[in-house]
Design a protein around this ligand. Structure first.
Ligand SMILES: Cc1cc2nc3c(=O)[nH]c(=O)nc-3n(C[C@H](O)[C@H](O)[C@H](O)COP(=O)(O)OP(=O)(O)OC[C@H]3O[C@@H](n4cnc5c(N)ncnc54)[C@H](O)[C@@H]3O)c2cc1C
Length: 413
């Protein structure tokens, strides 16, 4: 390893930013994380770890913490207006490769596992890590060998590398690559998630879904059985009034759920009080390269296929591992490290953006007729004779890509 120790700035303390910071400071690299939110952001439904992302979690030593917070989901079922099940996909039927994976953990809980590991790594090697909540980058000035960074609150500083891990609406991307409109492609809808008290008649361990024209809504098990996660996918044209306006977002959800039966009213009542209500447009982010000089994008900021893929967290973890490995292997040649990282992550980013089932059109019916057709399709595709075909379709979801080998004296973890 080189004698040079770079200074790295990470924007965003989500899964991507925390995972990168953890591996960098374990390798002795000074890292500052700046997060816009005033405190760690809770929330998010269960995310899958399988294949390469599970291997990364294992290499990083995260599995014991994940195991303690794991969500125990048996499978997924579809219900009608009266809550009667008309289609089921159990995890056992799909060898852990169906819509519900072998390892499921709520996004907020995974972030907590990462923060705990980060606190331990910080205690082992004090002075390498700074995490600053309630601040953000306001300007970047690139030089050949460094980046000067201005912040909203803290004084300006110089870094060897800036990592934009600030999510789908990344400000780092805007500052270093250009306006969001150049990279974001609307996928025809919105997604919302929040925590609610578990309704009494919910089947234990099942992710239960219902769809009606314009919206698919479900209730998913949480780690704590007294709470569940509401998950809503909305089919709608882009409406700028929805951006950042919780009142307008919830009014749209209420309108679509009105008279939808099953637990539509439970969800409407609970969302007003939810302290982790999350709502965003479904967009895909496409960039030719995640690298611009000494700025590199990671996670959703670099490539995103929306929550419809279920792959955002997996891709963020894999990206953080590969980027850390390249930085640690070549700390005195960061441009070379970034070029190698861009090549490493490209196939994972591509797979991570693949939307199953033909996108929102198949996930959320537009009309009553469409809903009837979808119900029939669920019945057929989840029937026993179709299972081998479905199993193959799910197995193709990224698990076959192997992690590239990075030559270094000590593997990153
Ligand atoms: C609260 C929340 C809930 C989510 N729930 C789900 C879910 O249920 N299902 C799903 O599929 N995906 C969900 N996502 C998205 C999912 O987390 C990502 O797809 C995936 O984990 C990749 O993570 P990321 O770290 O790249 O981005 P994110 O998880 O979006 O993290 C980005 C972080 O950057 C911070 N940030 C944003 N702008 C700035 C800025 N200008 N300066 C500094 N920091 C900034 C954000 O506050 C956030 O902490 C959620 C994201 C969030 C933030």
């Amino acid at each position: 390893m080189s004698t040079t120790t770079p200074r790295v700035l990470v924007s965003g303390a989500g899964i991507a930013g925390l995972a990168l910071a953890l591996q960098l400071i374990r390798a002795g690299i000074r890292t500052t994380v700046v997060e816009r939110a005033a405190a760690p952001r809770p929330g998010g439904q269960a995310v899958d770890l399988r294949g390469a992302s599970r291997e990364v979690a294992e290499r990083m030593g995260l599995l014991p913490g994940i195991e303690r917070r794991r969500v125990h989901e048996i499978g997924m079922s579809y219900v009608d207006a009266r809550g009667r099940v008309f289609g089921r996909m159990s995890m056992a039927d799909f060898d852990g490769n169906g819509a519900v994976a072998e390892i499921e953990i709520a996004r907020g809980d995974l972030a907590e596992v990462l923060r705990e590991s980060l606190a331990e790594a910080d205690a082992d090697a004090p002075g390498l890590l700074e995490v600053r909540y309630g601040d953000r980058i306001t300007a970047l000035e690139q030089h050949d060998d460094a980046v000067d960074v201005s912040f909203e609150r803290a004084a300006s500083e110089r870094y060897d590398l800036v990592v934009g891990a600030d999510g789908v609406h990344s400000a780092t991307r805007r500052l270093a690559f250009g306006a969001e409109e150049r990279f974001a492609h609307a996928l025809g809808g919105y997604a919302a998630f929040f925590t609610l008290p578990t309704p009494a008649d919910i089947e234990d361990g099942w992710f239960t879904m219902r769809f009606v024209p314009g919206i698919a809504f479900g209730i998913r098990p949480d780690r704590d059985p007294s709470t569940s996660k509401a998950i809503l996918t909305i089919r709608a044209d882009r409406n700028p009034a929805l951006r950042g306006d919780r009142g307008t977002q919830q009014a749209l959800i209420s309108e679509l759920l009105e008279g939808a039966g099953w637990h539509a009213d439970t969800i409407i009542d609970a969302m007003a009080d939810a302290d982790d209500f999350y709502f965003d447009e479904l967009v895909r982010i496409d960039l030719d390269s995640p690298v611009a000089g000494r700025v590199v994008l990671l996670g959703d900021a670099a490539s995103c296929g929306s929550p419809m893929t279920g792959m955002g967290t997996a891709t963020a973890l894999i990206g953080a591992h590969l980027l850390a490995a390249r930085i640690v292997a070549r700390p005195d040649d960061l441009p070379g490290a970034l070029a190698a990282y861009a090549a490493d992550i490209a196939p994972f980013a591509e797979v991570g953006k693949k939307i199953p089932y033909g996108g929102i059109e198949r996930m959320v019916p537009a009309s009553r007729f469409g809903a009837a057709v979808s119900r029939m399709l669920v019945r057929v595709t989840l029937s026993k004779p179709f299972r081998p075909l479905m199993r193959r379709a799910f197995a193709a979801g990224g698990t076959e890509l192997a992690l590239p080998t990075v030559e270094m004296s000590e593997p990153v973890r």
